[in-house]
Ligand binder design. Sequence first.
Ligand code: CU
Length: 426
Amino acid sequence: MISRRSFLSGATALVSASAVPRGALGQIPEPTSSTSPVTAPPSSPPNGSPFKPVVTLNGWSLPWRLNDGIKEFHLVAEPVEREIASGMAAHFWGYNGQSPGPTIECVEGDRVRIFVTNKLPEYTTIHWHGVRVPNGMDGVAGLTQPAIRPGETWIYEFDMNHAGTFMYHPHADEMVQMAMGMMGLIIVHPKDPNTLSVDRDFAFLMSAYNIEPGSYTPRVNTHTDFNLWTWNSRVFPGISSLNVRQGDRVRIRIGNLTMTNHPIHLHGHSFEVTGTDGGWVPETARWPEATIDIGVGQVRVIELIADSEGDWAFHCHKTHHTMNAMSHDVLTSIGVNFEEAAKKLRGLIPGYMVMGDKGMAEMASMNMELPENTLPMMSGEGPYGPIGMGGMFTVFKVRAEQSHNDYSDPGWYESPEGTTAYLSKE
Ligand SMILES: [Cu+2]
């Protein structure tokens, strides 16, 4: 008689995601959930092969249960509430209390068993983007398995045979479910922890939403005109800074599940692309960059030596992607004074705004009244004034005195005397 176990692990040609039979429910590991948008510090693996964990920006990694040598994870697809930045929350669909879902970390050679429970109002599946799985584990509704209906738990089981940076997301009613925030990262660490090792390893996913000011739920039929450009469903100043020690070798893994490309730019440093969702780039094929364009559905892993102390901007170079929701319907009025008309209109339409006749810079320091549940288009206060950014922007903080393994925010950088730009006396 073929037991369920030998069926799953033995006959490769027959292996496919399967519904949990009645009676086996006690075998499902208790799901772990978190609603905190705070970046969780890396925690060493309690069992299994050793690895140096990643730090998911404003996120966390999913604990597993080791069962007879197999790492068991439990993902629960469900409606969640996510704080985008202080002052705005969104009603998303995600996993285990959050969007994006928790990062799945394992080691090359691990066999994983991933339980997926559907608590959404409609069917779903999970596709393991970039992971080389048996066809029946690929999670494409209708093509490789029936969709997972509400209330069901299905099991995916396969070997993680290749180290790298991958993603998970539904392949069922995909446009709606990804526009609602359903996605997460998969990190497969190399078997030998001394290969490809770095001092700090950060990871995040890029996603975009169209949430009308005053509302909470993304408009899922939007094709390209999104108004919230996020890193791990957060916008500046809600995105954690990347805090590192001077001289550290730093890896940043970035996945793009938005509907457009993002040229990601780091100030003050030069980096190399060392990996993609296809695997690691051989050393001989790398070249220096300061900006890397990340296409839709792609992962780019960058590495650098953090050799220069300071507070370095790290952002998408599409300028509209470093703005928040309120900028979209504002008329351009450079050279035209609309202010009198705007005053009258504000009496009729609360929150109505026009840009100034000299540009938009003043808006960064304006404390204008906003509708409920939205964010100023650009904000963030730096040591020298308003930063005037939103969306896909944060700060890469390099400090000589930052301790190894200390991920806390060191505050603003104080430049040595004589090394900052200064006002002309003439
Ligand atoms: Cu962008």
